[in-house]
Design a protein around this ligand. Structure first.
Ligand SMILES: [Zn+2]
Length: 492
């Protein structure tokens, strides 16, 4: 048996001015046998696909997979080219393929499309015909609806954020496909939506009450006397789309009524807990957060982690400005995206002292470029490594040109490629150690928790006037159905 593997992956914040074109996606694109070389053994959905196919003696046929990460929209041209490449690959395979495994994010948008993931899924179904199984592993932050996923045989999502179970999710998806191909399973699925959007920071699955809901979904599978798999999707609230927000998908062996009941029951529980899910923890204003961190850092054991969560492009300068304003010391800012400043520091070389303008280039809400007098600590023309953290284990990380600079009490890593720092790799791969710092300024929403919760003396969520505020009512949505979705509905 042969199964095709393909995907196009991007989390798109509609309100960002930036857009990723085909060339941008091509940096990560893998085709044919490269897909196996790149992902086998990694904690990724495709790594999970490959593990199960190898175990089941099914041959993987790599088509194309491109990952645009998290940012603004994907260019229409990029979407159309990957869609057509996947479709033509399947058409060429014709009867030589028994099923398809896709890895999609579920929250991609393009300038003219509000649900390209659904369009891709429909195109894949049209290409292989009605009889063959298509199984999808989506990101937990995918915005899904019943119509969009209907062309798939079954869909699965990560259970955790931080996404430490990406590989496991790929395995759940591929296991369903393999059993279906062997005639041991007849999957049917149902989707229910509770009508709730939460800011990304509060999609972390160890927060209460979300932790209990995620556990309940997992328990459905473990306690059932037949094949049951329930995924809770938090959705991605910075995509302005009609299906924005939570959804629950139940995949059951040949029992549509049970699938419907499981999905609806869990969706009702989410709806019931909407107020607590929307704001489970305080979010401090910028100066209050930084003053608190600087004060606590004098006596704390373990670093204070400041989370500039509203940054959506890894280049905002609100947090750095506040740290400088309040004279913070022994603070580190990993992965500030600025190709120009990184290149200038690279050209100057280690030990050089120069005036640099850093960050804030991706849009007017980022805080704007910040001039600093910097000393270059170290540089690398291109830094590529395989992740060692719980979530990115085995994944290739390409930071592009990297420069570590020092200014006042801050150590800042400038990167040529936008890549969110989520674990200690962000420090150790550039020769820094978390133990050398009292304050760590991050832009990760939930993924940092896997590495930093165990070592931080305190985690401080802070709001800035940026593209991804904690208060979603500050955003000008045009496509979200405000009459049915919390927090927009009148719901005292
Ligand atoms: Zn995600």
């Amino acid at each position: 048996m042969r199964v095709a593997i393909a995907g196009m992956h991007m989390e798109s914040a509609s309100f960002l001015p930036s857009m990723l074109d085909h060339a941008g996606f091509e940096r990560s694109a893998r085709r044919g046998g490269e897909i196996v070389e790149t992902f086998a053994g990694s904690n990724t959905a495709i790594g999970g696909f490959l593990a199960v196919l190898a175990r089941e003696g099914i041959e993987p046929v790599g088509l194309v997979y491109a990952d645009g990460g998290a940012g603004g929209a994907a260019a229409d041209d990029a979407f159309e080219r990957y869609r057509d490449e996947i479709v033509s690959g399947l058409v060429a395979l014709a009867t030589d393929v028994d099923g398809v495994l896709l890895h999609l994010h579920g929250a991609m948008v393009t300038p003219t499309r509000i649900d390209p993931d659904a369009e891709l899924l429909a195109a894949v179904r049209a290409a292989i015909g009605p009889g063959k199984p298509i199984v999808v592993a989506f990101d937990y932050h995918g915005n899904l609806d019943a119509q969009g996923i209907a062309p798939a045989t079954a869909v699965f999502g990560y259970r955790h954020s931080p996404h430490t179970d990406m590989g496991e999710t790929g395995e759940r998806a591929a296991d369903c496909l393999a059993r279906t191909l062997k005639g041991a399973l007849k999957p049917v699925m149902e989707l229910a939506t509770p009508g709730l959007m939460v800011p990304s920071i509060f999609s972390a699955t160890d927060l209460v009450p979300l932790a209990g809901i995620v556990s309940a979904a997992k328990a459905c599978s473990e306690t059932a006397d037949r094949y049951v798999d329930v995924s809770v999707f938090a959705g991605f609230s910075y995509a302005d789309v009609p299906n924005c927000g939570f959804s629950v998908v139940a995949v059951v062996d040949d029992d549509r009524r049970l699938a419907d009941e499981l999905a609806r029951t869990l969706a009702a529980e989410i709806r019931e807990r909407r107020h607590a899910l929307y704001a489970p923890e305080p979010v401090l204003e910028l100066d209050e957060a930084v003053l608190h961190a600087a004060h606590r850092a004098r006596t704390s054991v373990g670093p204070i982690v400041l989370v500039e969560h509203a940054d959506r492009n890894n280049d905002s300068t609100h947090g750095i400005r506040a740290l400088l304003r309040h004279g913070a010391e022994r603070a580190v800012v990993p992965n500030l995206w600025d190709p120009e400043a990184a290149a200038a520091a690279l050209a100057a070389g280690p030990g050089a002292e120069l005036r640099l303008t850093i960050g804030g280039r991706s849009g007017p809400k980022t805080g704007g470029p910040l001039p600093v007098e910097a000393r270059v600590r170290s540089v690398a023309p291109q830094l590529v490594y395989r992740g060692t953290g719980a979530m990115r284990r085995g994944s290739l990380v390409d930071l592009g040109t990297v420069a570590v600079i020092e200014t006042a009490g801050l150590t800042i890593t400038l990167t040529g490629n936008a890549h969110t720092a989520i674990d200690e790799d962000a420090l150790t791969q550039v020769g820094l150690a978390v133990g050398d710092f009292d304050i760590v300024l991050l832009r990760s929403k939930t993924h940092f928790r896997a590495a930093f919760e165990p070592i931080a003396s305190e985690i401080i969520l802070m709001d800035t006037p940026d593209y991804g505020p904690a208060d979603l009512t500050r955003l000008s949505y045009r496509n979200v159905p405000k009459d049915v979705v919390f927090p927009f509905i009148q719901d005292p």
